[in-house]
Design a protein around this ligand. Sequence first.
Ligand code: GLN
Length: 258
Amino acid sequence: MKTKKLLSLVLAGTLALSLTACGGSDDAVASIKKKGTITMVTNASFEPFEYKDGDTVIGIDAEIGQAIADDLGVKLEIQDIDFNSCIPSLTSGKADFCAAGMSVTEERKKNVDFTDTYFDASQMILVGSDSTIAGGSDINDKTVGVQQGTTGDTYVTNEDGSNDVKVKEVKRYTKLTDAVSDLTAGRIDAVVGDNFPLKKLQANNPETTKLLDDALTTETYAIAVPKGSNLKDEINSLLKKMQGDGSLEEIFSKYISE
Ligand code: GLN
């Protein structure tokens, strides 16, 4: 009898501990404030949203991340990891939020919660400057580079047959910049990725690449948090405030000229 009671207490304790460890803590905001640091994960090869200036991660999401930390009165720690590892970092409780130009998808919603959206995006196609590929239908039977685990990857891979794409081969990279290097070296025929990062990459390779007009998808970016984290409400009120006082727009226009 006594042993049984003790066992159930131990089990309950273990359950409570493991819930906290996977980010299911009911007061994430309080524990972040107590720690004095908030951890953001991102993949810093996604200019203008996140990229590096020396060792520092800068860009739109880095500034939004800083605003979140300032709002809570804590220090911001940014971890630059593979895009593919961002959601696992949240589900394992290693990070508090992910700001990575991450598009909201039903699939991702199974594992994380999203804040309100803060940016509209689409998938576009970057090709070599003398390519005959002129639009979405021309990538069929071609070798196409994408960033692994992104919505561009999902679109081009077309595993569920939700679009008309049927490429010859999908080459997956951890960084879009590496895909563009392979494009300019002639190892792949096209790169599919998010519109603004591709615009930046095109501008960095003006002689060798061109960006096509076709927008293949419509997507929206939001910040991801562990499921059930009350940081979501905190970020949503901050985003509303920043939309109202123009500070969000100010961040966008600092990094995006058009
Ligand atoms: N918006 C895309 C996605 O969510 C790409 C994001 C990224 O590469 N950082 O999949």
